[in-house]
Design a protein around this ligand. Structure first.
Ligand code: AMP
Length: 214
């Protein structure tokens, strides 16, 4: 089988729209979306061993230890299919581990989509965000409401606010982003794979910008 040519990372602060845009792009490019946050939330909801290990970090808005995350990624990446990574890597150590994992298979990251959104906008978006824990769909009660109040359009499950979308946890997550994740922008920029995308505006507009940048 021919290798898919897209191996993409979505980078950006919490609430930038990574999940929504990654989902859309994955459909468009016919590649798999791997969201470490979704995988972890599902594990927490099901109470699996992974979920039990990750839960307290997530509730505090801290990063889950690298060894747990790298295990998830090793399992999820299939070298022939191409992929979009949403929420990984989150620090330099994870980025290095990803490089090693890929280069041992003769692969590389083809694009890094950096969704740039200012802090004031993030706080606003996150307060109105609701998610479906079953299928991972993301809504915004103002900008992208579900058809039926608090019910997922795709699978009919009840929508919830993420535990870690409470304001004090969001502040912590932003701090972690600044302290650990933001440094990756520079690394991928130097490698020439970074595409800086203005994340403001409606979802269609942002998606069009991403499409043009690829
Ligand atoms: P997200 O949905 O991507 O914002 O992730 C939600 C939470 O899951 C984060 O605040 C972290 O606690 C954890 N998490 C997700 N991805 C990672 C990662 N790559 N490294 C460490 N922790 C992660």
């Amino acid at each position: 089988m021919e290798r898919n040519r897209y191996r993409i990372i979505f980078l950006g602060p919490p609430g930038a729209g990574k999940g929504t845009q990654a989902e859309r792009l994955a459909e468009d490019l016919k590649v798999k979306k791997i969201s470490t946050g979704d995988i972890l939330r599902e594990a927490v909801a099901k109470g699996t061993e992974l979920g039990q290990r990750a839960k307290s970090y997530m509730e505090r808005g801290e990063l889950v230890p690298d060894e747990i995350i790298l295990g998830i990624i090793e399992e999820a990446i299939n070298d022939e299919e191409g992929f979009i990574l949403d929420g990984f890597p989150r620090n330099i150590n994870q980025a290095k581990a990803l490089d090693e994992m890929l280069s041992s298979k003769g692969l590389n990251i083809t694009h890094v989509i950096f969704l740039d959104v200012p802090d004031e906008e993030i706080i606003k978006r996150i307060a109105y965000r609701r998610v479906c824990l079953k299928c991972g769909a993301v809504y915004n009660l103002i900008f992208n409401p579900p058809k039926e109040d608090e019910i997922c359009n795709n699978c009919g499950s009840k929508l919830v606010q993420r535990e870690d979308d409470r304001e004090e946890v969001v502040r912590k997550r932003l701090e972690v982003y600044r302290g650990s994740t933001e440094a990756l922008i520079r690394i991928y920029e130097e490698r020439g794979v970074l595409r800086r995308i203005n994340g403001l505006g409606d979802r269609e507009e942002v998606f069009r910008r991403i499409r043009e940048a690829l």
